[in-house]
Ligand binder design. Structure first.
Ligand code: FE2
Length: 424
């Protein structure tokens, strides 16, 4: 039998070297040494790292690439970003959002991203973003898995039509129930919104992914209610808390009670390091808090943690390049995850952990998995993060969908090598 694709001499994220990967009919049919079968296409990995695709568990694709429209965020705060987004929403069309989202998906593919969970704002009676991203989800399906979260940006209770619009969005085919309890008018309303949204998801058999406690206020404790409702409704493993930045500022005694409750609920945790190191602690003098949730402690308690990108060139964040290694790099630094094991874990936080959070089927580099993978210009996951390594080849369903040449500089230095390869 002739294979569709044979990838030779790969290093896998777990450290195995000299591995060949055979692909046929969109699936991986063998992962072993010295595969000799004929193949329509053979790629020599030359001992470099081959990974399953990067997975972004948290993005706002309806806002991405809108930077400067209609103006810039001057204070740099989350709340000015929300206000700015409120100015942009009424003037953007379905076509505007689709054009920006499709360009973002092109970038994401070139950076080896295979799946994205995107929040889509439903606080808009026209549901412009929902209409646009449902169409984008359909168009990109051959090369990118897009999961959509119905996100009530202005508060499911605080916004007068959000409850109705959220249900409309779910009926239209949005996949996951979102929320933003810390933006409701009171702590009590925030907690009630968590209960309402979890019950809605449970009734419909959907997952939950809530913006939760994205605040420097140590008394923002909606994650406690999220864990409670998850356990009460039997939704363990199907509920994610995104951001959770207030945990950074909570006192240690309270956290010593909270984390076991989160573990009991098998709550998924999605920090967004690039954005929260930029947005948090804007009201602090010195010392300034970092504002990232307690990643090492949550990891030690066995919670599944996936780093998300959150934003790229939008009202909240002016930078970004759809690079999940950039996200892992920032998460590693802010969380001081500097041991070899912890650095390697940061690679899992943008691959396998995030795939688990999204519930992706057939993800991985094993026989029977989908033939989706990335060849990186790096020898191992730590080097990939260190270099934010070039994605040399991106493969989807056993076919090459993107190639980028290695970043090797030609030098003009007397007595020195003619070129320098950052990975060697
Ligand atoms: Fe977000």
């Amino acid at each position: 039998m002739t294979l569709d694709l044979l990838l030779k001499n790969a290093t896998l994220p777990d450290g195995q070297t000299g591995v060949d990967i055979a692909c046929t009919d969109g699936l991986i049919t063998a992962v072993e040494r010295n595969i000799t079968a004929d193949a329509k296409q053979v790629i020599d990995a030359a001992g470099q790292l081959v990974s399953p695709p990067f997975i972004d568990p948290h993005l706002h694709m309806d806002a991405t690439l809108s930077l400067g429209t209609p103006r810039m965020n001057v204070s740099g705060t989350l709340l000015e970003g929300i206000a700015l987004w409120g100015e942009l929403k009424p003037v953007q069309s379905v076509d505007d959002i689709m054009a920006r989202a499709l360009r973002y998906c092109d970038l994401a593919v070139s950076m080896g991203i295979g799946a994205i969970r995107s929040h889509v704002d439903i606080c808009d009676d026209a549901l412009t973003g929902v209409t646009a991203l449902l169409e984008v989800r359909k168009q990109v399906a051959p090369y990118l898995d897009l999961q959509l979260v119905a996100f009530p940006q202005d508060g499911v209770f605080r916004d007068p039509t959000a409850q109705k619009n959220l249900i409309r969005a779910l009926d239209m085919g949005v996949d996951v129930v979102g929320g933003i309890p810390h933006f409701e008018r009171t702590m009590a309303e925030g907690a009630a919104s968590v209960t309402y949204l979890c019950e809605l998801a449970a009734e419909r058999g959907l997952r939950v992914d809530m913006h939760c406690d994205e605040s420097d206020d140590p008394h923002s404790r909606h994650v406690e209610t999220l864990a409670y409702e998850t356990t009460r409704l039997g939704m363990q493993g199907r509920v994610a808390g995104s951001h959770l930045t207030s945990m950074h500022s909570m006192d240690n005694y309270y956290v010593s009670k909270l984390i076991p409750l989160m573990a009991e609920a098998e709550l998924r945790v999605i920090p967004n390091p690039l954005i929260n190191i930029m947005l948090q602690a804007r009201h602090d003098s010195y010392p300034k808090r970092r504002g990232q949730t307690r990643v090492p402690e949550l990891k030690a308690a066995g919670l599944t943690i996936g780093f998300g990108s959150d934003c790229m060139m939008d009202p909240w964040y002016s930078l970004g390049k759809a690079d999940m290694l950039d996200v892992a790099h920032m998460g590693l630094h802010v969380g001081q995850l500097s041991s070899r094991a912890d650095m390697a874990w940061c690679f899992e936080a943008v691959t396998t952990n995030s795939a688990k959070i999204m519930g992706l089927e057939g993800y991985g580099l094993a026989k029977g998995c989908k033939a989706n993978m990335v060849l990186l210009h790096a020898k191992d996951p730590i080097e990939a993060i260190r270099l934010r390594a070039t994605r040399l080849v991106v493969i989807r369903a056993g076919a090459v969908i993107s190639r980028t040449p290695p970043a090797i500089a030609a030098l003009g230095l007397a007595g020195r090598p003619a070129q320098i390869d950052p990975a060697n």
